[in-house]
Design a protein around this ligand. Structure first.
Ligand code: SF4
Ligand code: SF4
Length: 604
């Protein structure tokens, strides 16, 4: 029965993909000349959105109402400078249906990288046909058969095992990052206040964030934590050593207060960070202060408390990484728990040749989830029986939460999903007013924005999630299932889609702005230097025409992972029988709706 269902779903998926393609072919060509008067001022175009038919030719008549701006149309090579008081005419052919973004190409202030407008070329079939594909993929994933998860232990390759067991290796990872961190903080403190011209904002929020979200998290989970420079000075002081293993250092080693042994402090930090996200990511001084503040808190907590409580409980980025690490295709675990049972000293937890686990994890006790493992390899160094494995595994294995769910992790998952949606609206959307509200341009406006933001990410989205859990219980006819439990458990199913949405969002921010990296390398402080002759780079390496396809692919893959996770979670909560299948329907529907909302926002 299930195999037939899967075959039918596969056929439907093929039909959906074919329809999607035919939707882009056979488009009637209008061929009109369209005149568009456009005004530009910090940091918005008016009108922000123009709708035309495929085959039209648009002539923009552009005027700047304040300072000099640019007008560049993504993927076309069109780029003009708009001086105040002078009208500039630019012609843009509307070729393929879909969305084309135009953006300012002359650095004009803090929000310059997010100053965008949109040409929607009709018939834009992305939302409709992409939505069809999303529905089919959601159905296919809910009908598919779960396969047992295979693993491959990378440490069977002895050169890698030997490298990771060497104490200087981690120092070699951290040291260059600490140097870059120091330079970035200095640049933020003394360099230009314009974010797009300062190496601190460009390196942190374009280069590092892009690398983190697009590569490190999806492939390595918390691997960044193994090389993060922020806790390093405090950890070295607390240990009394940089590389070597010492029994006593200078830290007081006090226990962390019991009421704070959870991720709520990290949740609070993350909430503040995303609320002020636009200010933090566009102001070098704020970026530098944030980094310094995190380093100071890490230093103090290392000197006062035991192990790495900063990374375990406090770091907002650690909270984000911990939740997304559940999806990552890599894990560190004990190879054989029988061997661990015979191991009396348990040095992976208590310390031995390596330091005790800095986040109180215990591989020998059956560590099952990635959330708090920093991949620091101390347990690998400590284990005298060569019983620690670093394995490659299928994506999303840890999302099955039958062995324990946590409300703090669930709320971080919801916050991350809501923030992906909200930041996509603020940073990628053409609405200048919301950018200006989020930019702290006025006190009342910012309060309004804060109310909207918090209401959406802490009220509306969790409310919809709660309704989904309630509908799932109703459909399963399982009134005894506790709603609060379902709310928390189902939040884990959101994680793959939320990560995919962050990747699609980050791709759309990073790809068109890559040219800022060679620019700030040549002139890191925005003082007019040109060290490598790349200060005027405007060339973008990425073929932006492929961006919608990449975003669609990411969202579809994320939806697939989420619905597959939901199948297991709902089955664990409501049972394997018809009740589980019925209970899955509202959850899969909600996930498909979320995927479609992102799709409509990016491509509609
Ligand atoms: S030190 Fe090694 S063998 Fe002992 S409990 Fe830890 S992982 Fe198992
Ligand atoms: S489980 Fe091992 S690798 Fe993970 S944080 Fe603890 S000591 Fe480091």
């Amino acid at each position: 029965m299930r195999a037939r269902l899967a075959q039918a779903a596969a056929l439907l998926a093929l039909a959906g993909a074919a329809l999607l393609l035919t939707g882009f072919l056979g488009v009637p060509r209008a061929g009109r000349e369209v005149d568009v008067p456009l005004t530009v001022e910090k940091f918005a175009f008016s009108p922000p959105r123009v709708s035309v038919e495929a085959g039209d030719r648009l002539t923009f008549r552009i005027r700047s109402l304040d300072i000099t701006h640019g007008f560049a149309v993504e993927g076309t090579g069109v780029n003009a400078t708009i001086l105040p008081g002078r009208e500039v005419r630019v012609t843009v052919p509307a070729g393929q249906p879909g969305k084309i973004r135009y953006r300012c190409s002359v650095i004009c202030g803090p929000l310059h990288p997010f100053m965008v407008g949109e040409i929607v070329v009709e018939p834009n079939r992305w939302p409709l046909w992409g939505g069809g594909l999303v529905a089919v993929v959601g159905f296919l994933a809910s009908a598919g058969v779960a396969r047992p998860a295979g693993r491959r232990d990378l440490l069977r390759w002895r050169p890698l095992a030997r490298l990771l067991a060497r104490r200087p290796f981690q120092f070699a990872l951290i040291a260059p990052n600490l140097l870059v961190f120091t330079l970035i903080v200095l640049a933020g403190l003394v360099g230009t206040a314009t974010g797009a011209l300062n190496v601190s904002t460009i390196f942190v929020w374009l280069a590092w964030w892009g690398l983190l979200v697009l590569v490190l998290i999806p492939l390595g989970g918390r691997i960044w934590c193994a090389m993060c420079p922020i806790p390093a000075p405090g950890e070295w002081l607390a240990r009394g050593a940089i590389v070597a293993r010492r029994e006593r250092g200078w830290g007081l080693g006090r226990p962390w207060p019991k009421p704070l042994r959870n991720l709520w402090p990290a949740f609070g930090g993350l909430l503040v960070l995303v609320l002020f996200g636009l200010v933090v990511t566009t102001r070098p001084l704020v970026t530098a202060s944030l980094l310094l503040g995190l380093a100071a808190v890490a230093l103090v907590t290392h000197l006062v408390f035991e192990r790495r409580v900063f990374c375990r409980y406090l770091c907002p980025v650690g909270g984000l990484l911990g939740v997304y690490a559940l999806v990552a295709p890599i894990e560190l675990r004990a190879r054989d728990l029988e061997v661990c049972r015979a191991c009396r000293e348990k040095p992976c937890f208590r310390g031995g040749a390596g330091y005790p686990c800095p986040t109180f994890q215990f591989p020998g006790g059956g560590l099952e989830r990635n959330t708090y493992c920093l991949l620091c390899t101390e347990c690998l160094k400590a284990c005298p029986r060569d019983n620690v494995a670093l394995s490659v595994r299928p994506f999303g294995v840890d999302l099955r939460v039958s062995r324990g769910t946590r409300a703090d992790e669930a709320w971080i998952a919801l916050l991350l999903l809501g923030t992906a949606l909200a930041h996509s609206v603020i940073k990628l959307g053409p609405w200048g007013w919301i950018k200006s509200w989020a930019n702290l341009d006025g006190g009342v406006e910012f309060l309004l924005y804060a109310g909207l933001f918090l209401g959406a990410v802490l009220g509306v989205l969790p409310g919809l999630h709660l309704v989904t859990a309630w509908l799932s219980r109703l459909a399963a006819r399982a009134p005894s299932a506790r709603l609060g439990r379902l709310f928390v458990a189902y939040a884990y199913a959101l994680i793959p889609l939320s990560l995919a949405a962050w990747m699609a969002f980050t791709l759309a921010v990073v790809a068109p702005n890559l040219s800022y990296i060679p620019r700030v390398l040549s002139d890191p402080l925005g003082w007019g230097w040109d060290l490598f002759g790349t200060r005027e780079t405007t060339w973008t390496w990425v073929p932006l025409g492929l961006l919608p396809w990449a975003q669609l692919g990411l969202l579809v893959a994320g939806l697939w992972g989420s619905v597959r996770a939901a199948r297991q979670i709902v089955t664990d909560a409501l049972g394997e029988s018809g009740a589980g299948r019925r209970g899955l329907l509202p959850v899969a529907g909600f996930l498909a709706l979320l995927a479609w909302a992102f799709l409509a926002l990016y491509l509609g």
